[in-house]
Design a protein. Structure first.
Length: 590
């Protein structure tokens, strides 16, 4: 049984299911023990000189009635107990996924996908087993076993004591080996987690593996992890097989003892009073008792696995949600997109030095602004802070005069449309990817967003057009097409603030110019922020913010920075030289 804080609430929530299921299960346990008694009486009747045919027919009818009642009861307890366990598994999946969406980037930087998936597959299955089959085996083990022992004792107390002693010893042994079983299960889960993560990572990077001819090497590394999982699995299975063999051996010894000793009692029944029918009834009870013994053994195994999985799930669910609304949150609607940054200094939670240092600038609502800088200058980190991906000190970033740390996270993210640097696409249709921000969106808006991002013609070349299903992470389209579909997704949202993080780096300058021209036309009155490394991307912006080593090096238009900023001049010259080396004109791309 699981009574952790994340699990015990389900016993109360599904109390009616569990109570009805347990009550019906106990009733079925009692009813099924009536059948051996009826059969025993029929056998004794057959040993009499005059056979009571009516008594035999009545017994058969009663057995048939009991069989129907037992069948219905078994359906009912399966529906209630197993049904409740499935509902609990379903709700836990939802709770875990919802919690996962709230966890910070720091959590996912330290956790691997394979490990997280094992929570949702193996560990949840172990939890379901504890609530369903585990509860069944516990109740069945105690009540069916108790009823059987009670009836056996009424038939012959001495024989029952002989049979009960090894069964009790077996139960005690199972209790002691539970801890060892739990430890072995944890090791097996850890190996599964490692193998899952390695497999997922390799198939995601299969193109790189092929490009570097690493197939054979990666296979050997996979085989090592697979061997490790196999050894852990086999170690656990061998342990369970050994336990089951010992249980079977003990049961067979007891059965042999009962048959031999019981036969002697029947032979001398004039003094012992044990009839052939009663011995048959007694043996039937004992065979019935085998299942409760096995059930309690299996319950200990399920409980051990569930306890290990519960600890892992609780660790996941107990992980603090770091990015959340403050206690003094200001409920503001319809933000316009006026952004001000005041003396912003930011360091990643696991970092050893700030990536942004004393950054200050202002973006007025409706402006088109470029944020430029070398690799590692802090551009993407700044965008993450706009989206409240990380916490920061108060009074450093303001939207429409409101401290971003006091604004509801949902409101901030609803205001901003974001095109990430990695251009992540989902394994769904192009329509679903572009309309991702909405439950439903018209086809006209989807097509308009595709035209604005200059990807419409490419999409129409596909056989299924907008219904084309993209592969995992969008592998079925080119890098430039991924970027433009990502831009279309943000444009379809039509946000007050649009942030594009190096989102045209994979397209040619002609396509880049077309996209930027479209944005100038449709984004009038709305704030647009371009993060880029190419001068050509930002030179027509209202304002350029130049970052260098986490600091603001200069702010101004393209012409102003050419006159006043030596770093900007140097970047322009370098990119002109790069274009010349690549065979273009000195002004191409600038």
């Amino acid at each position: 049984m699981l009574f952790g804080k994340h699990f015990r609430k389900y016993y109360l929530k599904y109390a009616l299911f569990f109570l009805v299921g347990v009550f019906v299960l106990i009733a079925v346990d009692w009813l099924q023990l009536e059948i051996p008694q009826i059969i025993g009486r029929i056998i004794d009747t057959l040993y009499q000189d005059q056979v009571d045919e009516q008594m035999i027919l009545d017994g058969i009818r009663r057995i048939a009635t009991l069989a129907v009642m037992i069948a219905f009861g078994r359906f009912l307890w399966r529906y209630t107990i197993f049904g409740a366990s499935r509902r609990i598994e379903y709700q836990l999946q939802n709770v875990m996924f919802r919690h996962g969406t709230k966890l910070s980037q720091s959590f996912y930087a330290n956790e691997k996908v394979g490990g997280l998936m094992s929570y949702f597959i193996n560990d949840l299955q172990a939890i379901r087993m504890a609530f369903g089959p585990g509860l069944l085996m516990l109740v069945d083990g105690f009540f069916l076993g108790g009823f059987a022992i009670y009836r056996m004792a009424n038939l012959n107390g001495k024989l029952t004591i002989i049979a009960a002693i090894p069964m009790l010893l077996l139960t005690v042994v199972m209790v002691f080996i539970r801890k060892s079983m739990s430890a072995k299960f944890k090791l097996r889960q850890k190996s599964f987690e490692e193998l899952s993560d390695y497999t997922q990572e390799n198939f995601s990077g299969i193109t790189v593996i092929k490009a570097f001819v690493r197939e054979a090497k990666e296979y050997l590394l996979f085989k090592q992890r697979n061997d490790n999982l196999y050894n852990k699995q086999m170690g656990f299975v061998k342990y369970m097989v050994f336990v089951n063999i010992m249980i079977s051996l003990a049961l067979n010894v007891v059965i042999l003892t009962i048959i031999v000793y019981g036969s002697l009692l029947v032979i001398y029944r004039e003094s012992t009073g044990l009839t052939p029918g009663q011995l048959t009834e007694y043996i039937s009870y004992f065979f019935t008792l085998i299942w409760p013994t096995m059930a309690l053994s299996r319950f200990i195994q399920i409980q051990s696995q569930a306890k290990a999985s519960a600890e892992r799930i609780e660790s996941f669910l107990d992980h603090e949600v770091e990015i959340k609304d403050s206690d003094d949150v200001e409920h503001v609607e319809n933000l316009k997109g006026n952004i001000e940054v005041r003396n912003l200094t930011f360091q990643y939670p696991d970092g050893d030095q700030p990536v942004l240092k004393d950054v200050s600038f202002q973006i007025e609502a409706g402006q088109m602004v470029g944020i430029l800088g070398r690799t590692g200058s802090g551009k993407s980190s700044l965008v993450d802070l706009f989206l409240r991906i990380y916490n920061l000190d108060k009074n450093q970033i303001f939207i429409d005069g409101h401290d971003i740390m006091k604004l509801p996270i949902h409101t901030v993210r609803e205001t901003i449309g974001y095109v990430p640097q990695d251009n992540f696409l989902f394994s769904e249709s192009i329509t679903s990817n572009i309309g991702f921000a909405y439950q439903e969106i018209s086809g006209e808006k989807i097509e308009e967003a595709a035209r604005l991002s200059d990807v419409y013609d490419n999409i129409m070349e596909f056989k299924e057009k907008f219904q084309t299903v993209l592969g995992e992470r969008g592998v079925t389209v080119s890098g430039g097409q991924k970027q433009r579909i990502s831009i279309a997704r943000a444009l379809a949202k039509n946000p007050e603030v649009l942030v594009l993080d190096d989102s045209v780096s994979a397209v040619d300058t002609k396509t880049e110019d077309a996209i930027i021209s479209n944005l100038h036309r449709v984004r009038k009155g709305r704030t647009t922020i371009f993060i880029a490394h190419r001068i050509s991307t930002v030179k027509k912006m209202d304002k350029i913010i130049l970052l260098d080593d986490g600091r603001v090096a200069a702010v101004g238009s393209h012409k102003e920075l050419l006159k006043t900023c030596k770093l900007y001049q140097d970047m322009v010259k370098r990119q002109q030289l790069e274009n010349l080396v690549q065979g273009g004109s000195s002004n191409e791309g600038l």
